[in-house]
Design a protein around this ligand. Sequence first.
Ligand code: SF4
Length: 369
Amino acid sequence: MVGPEQSLPVEPLDTISPSQYSWIKQCSLRSLWSRTTDALLPTSPKARVGSVIHRVVEKVSRGELDPQDEQVFQDAWDSEVERAEKRMKSSWLSRRFVPLSGSVPTLRVMYHQTRHRAIELHQAKRNSTGTGSARTEVQVKSREGKVSGRVDKAIDTRNGVILQDYKSGSIFSSAGPNGGNLKERYKSQMKLYASLYHASYGVWPVCLQLVALGGEVRKVNYTVREGVDLLDEARRLLENINQRVNDVQEGRAQTPVLADPDTEACSVCNFRPACQSYWRARGGGSSEWPPDLRGHVRETEVDSEDRLLLRLLTSPDQCKKVVHGIEPNMVRGEDAHDLVKDSWVEVYNLYQKSEEVYKATKYTVGYFQ
Ligand code: SF4
């Protein structure tokens, strides 16, 4: 672990948004740390492109960018990619993924999909001033303001309002008929938007739709009861988290009261190196948990390309494991050449080749003491 988990701060939340709701529900500690602390494992370069898309589309929504002018749009895109790469270069965890054109092979496809979506939004915005048929970036909130967010598009039709939210990644959790099953967290998000729209404008939307970057549209079914219940649950969740944060800050409880370790939540968490709850929960580990190892060094070898091979005795299960292919830029702490027998090491995001043998991946990170 990079330090005692109590040393990472947690702060109460002022509000909760529909997009945060499912994340916070899955593990409060992950969401709280992500607000106060830099990630301790690499963020996927695709997520960086997701932020680029978000910023470009936001500029279109605010009327600052005309996506129909290809050169203007290209320049805005390039400038956002450059900005993202500059930030990535300043972090030892992310610099390995620069340039994004090298680490995200679909970058050009995503550019075209984003421009297509931006043109649609731009046209919807122009129509909205003329006919009132569509609004973009619609602010919605609960009566007391504790649950709030912005839905990408509200389309006024003769039958009522359709809410649409755009997603830059896949909207499906698994393959199946008609593309697959929609991600549960996106479904909850849309139902919360419906409830917040009602709280803000006094009417329930007649239809909720998720729109993938490629243009695919999927309906999210909901009932008013579900919307009301979810909003109540989001309010209670916020109160409950803030109560626990308060207990931690006042010394009545320890940080782990905020953690909900589970294979799904921890697999996509960039705070595993700081989280003892995670290590306690996985115990000896199983294939369901992320392929991370920690323990004491038994032997090291460095090959002619400066890549490290580690032989470990893992903790707590005292198993012999071999990790190979660790590059110098993947390591924080002790220099690989200076590691001595019994040094404590933690290695995250590996690829398990066999029961005993692991291999470094482009996401691997080592914390050596
Ligand atoms: S590692 Fe797991 S338990 Fe710990 S903060 Fe992350 S998601 Fe929560």
